[in-house]
Design a protein around this ligand. Structure first.
Ligand SMILES: Cc1cc2nc3c(=O)[nH]c(=O)nc-3n(C[C@H](O)[C@H](O)[C@H](O)COP(=O)(O)OP(=O)(O)OC[C@H]3O[C@@H](n4cnc5c(N)ncnc54)[C@H](O)[C@@H]3O)c2cc1C
Length: 499
């Protein structure tokens, strides 16, 4: 037995707060670095925000777009995960505190906590509108929509139903387009009790156009595509107040109240309020100010990347690519510093382009080295890139399967639904089924109608020679005899099953 004592050198500890695009990119790039990495997130999963609206509009499962953060250890052994909400930081002691009292010390700190909705102090917006940043928020939107529809289906549609989407950026356009398709394509089959002409999807935007960062031609395409889907566009319109039953808007100095069962907030972003307690220099929108290496201004070993970070000289768009590229860059800076190497070149964002989809086979794309695209080509690239960017093969397969099934089998009308509260009848309601309940496909309905016409009009029978073979339908098919008896009795309550 050797009597030598092994001295274990403590490796630098890199703490990454936030398991979004930026945080994950930084952690992965540190895989071969001589460091120990701790990833902290308030959730046990990563959320792929670009497809949150698909969860909100019943097209994807929440599990399709969320990824278990501890799974990062499958390919990387120098990382561990802690679930926690960072509430305060002490940069002198190089430590941070998690809600619940856990302290974590660091040698290098990467802040990648993203941003949240900005309600701009508009009365009622925070209380009554529904933002789309978290999985739980997307599920809340979906479940509220179905709760409203189920309620109207039982209590009768004595009023117009409206969903207001606030904000004509990519999220607002995508959400409004998806709601409109659900109303136009699915509701006539799934909610025959409701008159879809009285179901409105309204998109409110302060600017005179939607999709502001895009080329005017693409904005026009998106506008027309929304109008084609009967999205009611309220441009140059400001939201003044959100109330439990709708929104007060203003256009050209005139105010109008839009009654709505649901208001989705897709406008404006700001840093999380807790960042104020982290002793960091904050700039526009509360974002943390950084230098050319994404180091927090005035600090040596603290970095901020992605949506939460801003370079005062060159503010970047709050999109996935700046976060991904920023994460890789700071990991490179740390890796080189730990290895005693010189710093890399300053961070330079490579703009690869932007995309937004409006609905089925409709999208706009500005991609580097490609001409501006609209319609199906833009849409198919949008689908491919989103699926490829998801984390985890299971999520890629599941999302691809769900999106493909939705595209190919649109007539199945199979929405992804969750829990809705019990429907309370506002006045006594009795629902009586027709006996027997008959739901017909279009072709069988046509055949039945043709037979009924033949039965009603014996004078127009085929020539006598051919007639003997053609028995009266009632004799031939007892089941059809029953259907002939289906006429509702006077006063019978019937639902328009075959509307
Ligand atoms: C609805 C929607 C649609 C979008 N669509 C697109 C799109 O199509 N294309 C595109 O490029 N971009 C899109 N974006 C923007 C894109 O998602 C963001 O730019 C990107 O997620 C930023 O990455 P990030 O790493 O900075 O932050 P995020 O991805 O937001 O990750 C932040 C992480 O930090 C965690 N966190 C927050 N606070 C704390 C705390 N106190 N303690 C611990 N953990 C914390 C969060 O749980 C989260 O996991 C969209 C955003 C939204 C909301």
């Amino acid at each position: 037995m050797s009597d030598s004592v092994a001295t274990v050198k403590k490796r630098p500890h890199v703490v990454v707060v936030g398991g979004g695009f930026g945080g994950i990119a930084a952690v992965r790039k540190l895989k071969r670095a001589d460091v120990d990495v701790t990833l902290i997130d308030r959730h046990t999963y990563n959320t792929f925000q670009p497809l949150l609206y698909q969860v909100a509009t019943a097209s994807l499962n929440p599990g399709d777009i969320t990824w278990f953060l501890r799974a990062i250890r499958a390919n990387q052994s120098n990382v561990r995960f802690i679930k926690g909400n960072v509430v305060s930081m002490d940069h002198e002691a190089k430590s941070l505190r998690l809600e619940g009292g856990v302290d974590v010390t660091y040698d290098y700190l990467v802040i990648a906590v993203g941003v949240t909705a900005n309600f701009f102090g508009i009365p009622g917006a925070a209380e009554y509108s529904m933002p789309l940043y978290r999985r739980s928020q997307a599920l809340a939107v979906r479940d509220k929509m179905f709760a409203n529809l189920e309620e109207a289906a039982v209590n009768g549609q004595d009023r117009d139903l409206r969903i207001v989407v606030v904000g004509g950026g990519a999220t607002g356009v995508e959400t409004a387009g998806a709601f409109a398709e659900l109303r136009n394509n699915d509701m006539p089959t799934t909610y025959p009790e409701l008159d879809t002409k009285r179901v409105h999807i309204t998109l409110v935007e302060m600017l005179p156009h939607v999709l502001a960062p895009f080329h005017p031609k693409l904005r026009d395409y998106a506008k027309k595509s929304l109008e084609k889907r009967d999205v009611e566009l309220r441009l140059e319109t400001a939201v003044k107040e959100v109330r439990p039953d709708g929104v007060l808007v203003e256009n050209g100095g005139e105010q109008q109240f839009l009654p709505a069962g649901m208001v989705v907030w897709a406008s404006g972003i700001t840093a999380h309020s807790t960042v104020r307690d982290w002793s960091l220099p904050q700039g526009r929108g509360g974002r943390v100010e950084t230098d050319e290496h994404l180091r927090v201004k005035g600090m040596q070993d603290v970095f901020a990347i992605g949506d939460v970070s801003v370079s005062p000289d060159e503010p970047l768009p709050q999109l996935a690519q700046p976060a991904l590229q920023g994460g890789k860059h700071v990991a490179d800076v740390i890796r080189r510093q730990v290895a005693g190497k010189s710093a890399p070149k300053p961070f330079k964002y490579k703009d690869k382009g932007t995309m937004a989809t409006i609905g089925r086979s409709s999208a706009v794309a500005e991609i580097k080295h490609l001409p501006r695209l609209t319609g199906f080509p833009a849409w198919i690239i949008w689908v491919g890139l989103h699926v490829a960017t998801l984390l985890g093969n299971r999520n890629r397969f599941a999302t691809m399967t769900n999106l493909t099934a939705k595209y190919l089998f649109q007539k199945s009308h199979n929405a992804i639904v969750g829990e809705t509260p019990p429907v309370v009848a506002l006045k006594p309601v009795v629902v009586e089924a027709r006996s027997p309940l008959r739901i017909e496909s279009k072709s069988s309905a046509k055949k039945a109608a043709a037979k009924a016409t033949a039965k009603k009009a014996p004078a127009k029978k085929a020539p006598a020679k051919k007639a003997p073979a053609k028995k009266a339908p009632a004799e031939k098919a007892p089941a059809q005899q029953a259907s002939a008896d289906e006429a509702p009795a006077a006063g019978e309550t019937t639902l328009p099953f075959d509307k």
